[in-house]
Design a protein around this ligand. Structure first.
Ligand SMILES: Cc1cc2nc3c(=O)[nH]c(=O)nc-3n(C[C@H](O)[C@H](O)[C@H](O)COP(=O)(O)OP(=O)(O)OC[C@H]3O[C@@H](n4cnc5c(N)ncnc54)[C@H](O)[C@@H]3O)c2cc1C
Length: 393
């Protein structure tokens, strides 16, 4: 059994940026595992455009050598904002080859505590010990599937995270539930793939971020209102984009600012494309039952719909106990709040040496952690923290 200093679990934007930074920390042996950009390659709909703007869709290495601009200059793969999914994935894979060539694409099966360190077992049976483990495994296991749709077959009900190909629904009736970017964009892409689509929004009509682009063209004033991270509404954006500042606020205020910054809203450029979608707001589905090869939905006003498929754009609910690779004994030692790990300096959980990045870090470090733009802060912070610890050891 070999030993290593740091193991990074996950090769999405957070794992890759962190590995790129830790490469420059002398004397710290780091291994990183995962299929690079798997969530983006496999679980997001073909044809999707990123909601985050150009500056907020960059990957981060210590000198920012591998920017979107550098990628385009080297490869000639030219696209502009809104950034297309395929372009972003190709850029991130290029970033990985340049900045994280030591990535091991194997899966981590289990992480267990062992004598103050961690025992990591890979899918192919290799096992080793690691002094620290950084979890950067994303949100896929946290897909929110409301109870009324449990036990229904996948042919009839899927979550947007299941990424059932939309071309399958040409000529079919599809209902989409949700009022955020994922639900709105899925509804648009389904309609553009030839489905007849009804979007069911529980609350008021969806909000759009159209204003943001106009305000951002105002130069100096816009900088006071919005951070480059593209996270959070005007005024709040600069606070939530500075996690050390955010962490000075009371817990209630931090919770408010987080929820306010990630509330469902669609990109302004989606609005005209929604014309082909029927939208029903202020209604929710109370029950769903299979009828032959179709699904009968009953709404809270008693109205019914018969559809070929129901797509849940119902988002994600963080719950770290759902990371199946964490042994039950280990995860039971992670102190949590509302499913999020409570993190200390350096993104460290209550288990010394176990760190968690990405959206699960949102309770402690704020809404920036839900987005690619947060990788700049997270990767710098954790690499500085580990470098300091290594120096002191
Ligand atoms: C539809 C949709 C659209 C989005 N659009 C945007 C956007 O425009 N801009 C933006 O900033 N954010 C967007 N997001 C949020 C986006 O998901 C996050 O910003 C980003 O993916 C976070 O990166 P991550 O590294 O934490 O997670 P991920 O990108 O999910 O990466 C996690 C990685 O961990 C790996 N992994 C998991 N388990 C294991 C294991 N056991 N062993 C090895 N590897 C493992 C996975 O394979 C995956 O590659 C969007 C999310 C969704 C759902």
């Amino acid at each position: 059994m070999t030993n290593t200093d740091v193991t990074i679990l996950g090769a999405g934007p957070y794992g890759l940026a962190t590995a790129a930074h830790l490469r420059s920390v002398a004397g710290l042996e780091t291994r990183i595992f995962g299929d690079p950009m798997w969530f983006w390659k496999s679980q997001m709909p073909a044809g999707m455009l990123l909601r985050s703007d150009w500056g907020a869709s960059q990957m981060w290495d210590p000198k920012h050598e591998y920017s979107l601009e550098a990628y385009q200059a080297e490869t000639g793969d030219h696209f502009s904002a809104p950034v297309p999914l395929a372009g972003f994935v190709n850029y991130a894979l290029w970033f990985q080859r340049k900045a994280v060539p030591h990535l091991e694409t194997r899966r981590v099966e289990t992480v267990e505590a062992e004598n103050g360190h961690f025992r990591v077992t890979l899918g192919d049976g290799e096992a080793f010990t690691s002094r620290r483990v950084i979890i950067a495994a994303g949100i896929c296991p946290f897909a929110r599937r409301p109870a009324e749709f449990a036990n229904l077959p996948m042919e009839l009900v899927s979550h947007s995270a299941d990424n059932v190909p939309f071309s399958r629904f040409r000529g079919k009736r599809v209902a989409v539930i949700g009022g955020g970017q994922s639900a709105l964009e899925s509804a648009v892409l389904l309609a553009e793939n030839g489905a007849s689509v009804e979007l069911l929004v529980r609350g008021a009509p969806p909000k759009y971020l159209g204003w943001r682009k106009k305000i951002k063209s105002l130069g100096a004033i816009s900088k006071l209102l919005y951070s480059w991270t593209d996270v959070g509404p005007a005024g709040i954006s600069n606070i939530v984009s500075n996690p050390p500042l955010l962490r000075m606020f009371s817990r209630d205020t931090q919770n408010y600012l987080r929820k306010r910054s990630i509330r469902p809203a669609g990109a302004g450029w989606l609005k005209p494309r929604l014309e082909a979608v029927t939208m029903t707001c202020g209604r929710h589905v109370t029950s769903a039952k299979p009828v032959g090869a179709q699904l009968q939905l009953t709404l809270d006003d008693g109205a019914q719909r018969v559809v070929d498929h129901l797509l849940l754009g119902t988002g994600y609910k963080i719950d770290v106990t759902r990371y199946s690779f964490l042994s039950p004994t280990l995860v039971s030692r992670v102190e949590t709040a509302d499913g999020f790990p409570k993190l200390q300096d350096g993104f460290e959980t209550s288990v010394p040496g176990l760190h968690i990045l990405g959206a699960p870090a949102g309770w402690s470090y704020g809404p920036l952690m839900y987005f690619v733009a947060g990788t700049k802060f997270a990767s710098r912070t954790i690499s500085n923290y580990l470098a300091n610890r290594a120096r002191k050891a």
